[in-house]
Design a binder for this molecule. Structure first.
Ligand code: AMP
Length: 216
């Protein structure tokens, strides 16, 4: 089984990709993780990717496609794939289709996790951290006892630039453009399945697995 998980930041895509890969016996591939590992190891690929990642931009297709195709040519990819964060452009999707077709394979299903926009913004902007001890809070899932004050040390809570509403909205806009283009691409192939991403992580896993029930 070869699957792709699609969804905007904050829908829980990374968490679900790991859970599904384990439960279904698939190889979990996150191109974001691969780039971060390469950057931490200081390889040429990592240094190149880091420039784009720091700027919040996509790593160019020729770098990303090469890295991904090399990874899925490894023996452990034969057990099946759970792709997370790839493809992000139509040329990436086309290159993936072409590489799989060469070996007589294909993508079986593209699961598109969807969460209402207002809830996504609340999830993404809810994170605050203590400027003194670094403790992390979330206004929805782990609020501090007193607003703006750290439970641990009494320090002042502040929000990272990345988590502020203007930055979050800009990030959602950019991601929406390519996510919708890919949804259309796989929709035309009849492979797209929309999944309700609200509720508990267990609810979402159950919906995803329900959508896989008739995949061979
Ligand atoms: P992620 O952890 O999936 O959000 O990825 C982190 C960063 O890695 C992204 O912001 C991009 O800079 C880069 N990246 C990951 N996957 C891709 C991809 N498929 N195409 C281009 N850039 C990517």
């Amino acid at each position: 089984m070869r699957l792709i998980l699609l969804g905007l930041p904050g829908v829980g895509k990374g968490t679900q990709a790991k859970i599904l890969a384990t439960r279904q016996g698939l190889l979990h591939i996150s191109t974001g993780d691969m780039f971060r590992e390469a950057a931490a190891a200081g390889t040429e690929l990592g240094k190149r990717a880091q420039e784009f990642m720091s700027a919040g931009a996509l790593v160019p297709d020729e770098v990303t496609i090469g890295m991904l195709l090399e990874r899925i040519a490894q023996p452990d990819a034969a057990k099946g794939l759970m792709l997370d964060g790839f493809p992000r452009t139509i040329p990436q999707a086309e290159a993936l289709d072409a590489a799989l077709a060469k070996q007589g394979d294909q993508i079986d299903r593209v699961l598109y996790i969807q969460v209402p926009e207002a809830e996504l913004v609340a999830r993404l902007t809810g994170r605050w951290s203590c400027s003194n001890c670094g403790a992390i809070y979330h206004m929805q899932s782990k609020p501090p006892k007193a607003a703006g004050v750290c439970d641990e040390c009494g320090g002042a809570l502040s929000q990272r630039a990345d988590d502020q509403p203007a930055t979050v909205n800009a990030r959602l806009d950019t991601n929406r453009a390519w996510t919708e283009a890919l949804a259309e691409f796989y929709g035309k192939q009849g492979k797209l399945e929309a999944i309700d991403g609200t509720g508990s992580p267990d609810d979402i896993t159950a919906r995803l697995e329900g959508a896989l029930a008739n995949v061979s």
